[in-house]
Design a binder for this molecule. Structure first.
Ligand SMILES: O=C(O)COP(=O)(O)O
Ligand SMILES: [Mg+2]
Length: 233
């Protein structure tokens, strides 16, 4: 992008990022944790693609899906117990194989320096989210982090986005959501926030088919994608 382009487009005041599959590739550690949990019940491991397809609606749903895929659907009480067990297992794995998605740290730094308020709205629990972002040096760029356990209803409900925007003192009209899945598109629509999807995340459906305002190849393409949103407006 040329220098004149950079000064001519109007940037949003705030950008909210999804976490899993957008800022970080956490599926390998989540797979290890799920498999440790299953192993404890004498169940065989799931593959990385299987677990990837289960991420995005919160850890409780992931555990529910993992047991269902293992032909051992759990009762409500059984699921609660499995979820209690999952939390410390995942905390032991949390940043072993997890890596930032391509361009994540650079893009956050660039947008932060440009004066855009940045936040995270994820279905992942808050404490794990903060720990991962701190580990990868991204926490200091972020003015608001809202995890799935910080709201009554997780994405695709709009709560997490609206709470993050409130903390960033920004209205939905001045904001943008960046994510990897249909959950992010639906949450953004419900919150009245435009949405960009990034390829390479955990969506089971091609991201071009999810009705986002724009799709881009990686987070590094985000400044050019912002320009695209402006010219399309
Ligand atoms: O499902 C999760 O735990 C997190 O998913 P998200 O960061 O993509 O919202
Ligand atoms: Mg995601």
């Amino acid at each position: 992008m040329s220098g004149s382009d950079e000064t001519s487009f109007r940037l949003p005041k705030a950008i909210l990022f999804d976490l899993d599959g957008t800022l970080i590739d956490s599926a390998p550690d989540i797979t290890c944790a799920v498999n440790e949990l299953l192993d404890g019940r004498g169940l065989p491991p799931l593959t990385l693609p299987q677990v990837k397809s289960m991420i995005g609606n919160g850890v409780e749903k992931l555990v529910e899906r993992a047991f269902a895929a293992s032909d051992r659907p759990l009762s409500k009480a059984g699921l609660e117990e499995a979820n209690r067990e999952m939390a410390p297992i995942y905390r032991r794995h949390i940043t072993r194989w997890t890596r930032p998605m391509p361009g994540a740290a650079e893009t956050l730094a660039r947008l932060h320096v440009a004066g855009i308020r940045l936040g995270v709205a994820t279905n992942k629990p808050q404490a794990a989210t903060r720990e991962i972002l701190l580990h990868f040096g991204m926490l200091e760029r972020l003015g608001a982090i809202v995890g799935g356990d910080a709201v009554t209803r997780k994405k695709p409900a709009p709560e997490a986005l609206l709470l993050a925007l409130e903390r960033l003192e920004t209205t939905p009209q001045d904001a943008l959501m960046v994510g990897d899945s249909v959950t992010d598109v639906e949450a953004a629509r419900a919150a009245g926030v435009p949405v960009i999807l990034i390829r390479g995340g955990y969506s089971q459906v091609p991201v071009d088919e999810l009705g986002a305002d724009l799709v881009c190849g990686s987070l590094l393409d985000l400044p050019a994608a912002l320009n695209g949103l402006r010219t399309a407006a």
